[in-house]
Design a protein around this ligand. Structure first.
Ligand code: ADP
Ligand code: MG
Length: 350
């Protein structure tokens, strides 16, 4: 069958988006480049994970996808249309189709409203449903995220655990039948077992409703469970991207390797192994290092890394890596030292 061009077109994409903030410091007003020329596309029923340390620009990127923040350069396109140039009707549709779940959004639930009433609100106001129909739909949404409606519709948010509140937040986000949900550290505050329940809810929603996720997290440990593709950010830029298998199992960027080495591993067979973890502060985005931005912490840095911005190296399997030595790192010709400048080691006893 001939490939369907519409099926291949992304649902939503960032096209060379940048965002600067003006910040006041001791030396006056300065520009901080939080996101710098990022391009990223999300297909239908796809989960793209955006990973990187705190301060790498992930939330700023997510807020631009949500139109909570305008890009200073570049654009966000929903179904091929620049969201800043939409007609009123197009924008209203985009607002319904694009939703968000933040970290512990559940705590923003009004304690004086029942769960059912909180989930019904967008149905009443945004979809114009009648109260009885909205309550029925709210019940279905709660069942969908694994909270039995008979039990939970009339409960107060004060009676819920953190994981249950986060599932209510997901139900509320799903109320308008979105095609795209930004989940910004949505499971980061949850403990491990609750976290995997919530991740399962998200996977089921994707399978049953065809929703796409932009899954933002600083924790690489959860990415394998959800992501089809992974985008790694460092100081506002994408340093590596590709399929989840390529990025997590055979990355070519030293930053991704260091992040993976530092991530907690559930696999007991690697427990005895030495782990290297990233040390040193992430530099300030007010004055990013020249050349490769990661060179100040990279154990493999050479003189060229300080001087020249690395080209993006594209591998046959789709992995794209912005490193001067990507080919040699991926093939293993250049190995990451366990203990080296910028990377410290901890011998894990188990
Ligand atoms: P992440 O989500 O990856 O931790 P953020 O997008 O929150 O990163 O932040 C990226 C950079 O932008 C950080 O240096 C942060 O301090 C800065 N930043 C974010 N929002 C603002 C803002 N409203 N004003 C000034 N600086 C900001
Ligand atoms: Mg963030």
């Amino acid at each position: 069958m001939a490939p369907d061009p519409a099926a291949a077109a992304p649902l939503i994409s960032a096209v060379q988006v940048s965002r600067t903030f003006t910040v006041r410091g001791a030396s006056g007003r300065r520009k901080l480049q939080a996101v710098d020329g990022v391009s990223l596309a999300v297909g239908r029923a796809e989960t793209v994970a955006v990973v990187g340390e705190s301060g790498s620009g992930k939330s700023t990127l997510g807020r631009m996808f949500l139109d909570l923040l305008a890009p200073t350069a570049g654009r966000i396109e929903f179904e091929g249309v620049d969201i800043s140039r939409m007609t009123r009707a197009q924008w209203r549709r985009y607002r319904r189709e694009v939703q968000v779940v933040f970290q512990d959004t559940g705590s923003s639930l009004n304690p004086r409203r029942s769960i059912g009433s909180s989930v019904s609100l967008p149905l009443l106001h945004n979809l114009g449903m009648r109260p009885a129909a909205a309550r029925r739909r709210a019940g279905e949404l709660l069942d969908m995220v694994g909270l039995r409606s008979e039990t939970f519709l009339d409960r107060s948010p004060l009676q819920l655990s953190g994981g249950q509140r986060q599932r209510v937040a997901i139900a509320r986000a799903m109320a308008s039948n979105p095609s795209f949900v930004v989940a910004d550290e949505a499971v980061s505050a949850l403990d491990v077992s609750v976290r995997s329940q919530v991740l399962r809810v998200m996977r089921d929603l994707q399978r049953d409703q065809g929703v796409s996720f932009l899954f933002i997290t600083h924790d690489l440990g959860v990415v394998r469970a959800v992501a089809d593709r992974v985008v790694v950010m460092y100081l506002g830029q994408v340093v590596e991207s590709g399929s989840a298998d390529a990025v997590l199992d055979s990355p070519a960027h030293p930053y991704t390797k260091a992040l993976l080495a530092a991530a907690p591993r559930p696999d007991p067979t690697v427990r005895a192994q030495q782990r290297s973890r990233l040390t040193g502060e992430i530099p300030s985005p007010i004055a990013p290092p020249p050349g490769c931005r990661f060179h100040t912490r990279c154990p493999l840095a050479q003189p060229i890394c300080r001087e020249q911005v690395p080209p993006v190296v594209r591998f046959d399997d789709g992995l794209a890596s912005a490193c001067h030595f990507a080919g040699d790192v991926r093939s293993g010709v250049l190995a990451m030292p366990a203990a080296a400048t910028g990377i410290g080691t901890t011998g894990e006893a188990g």
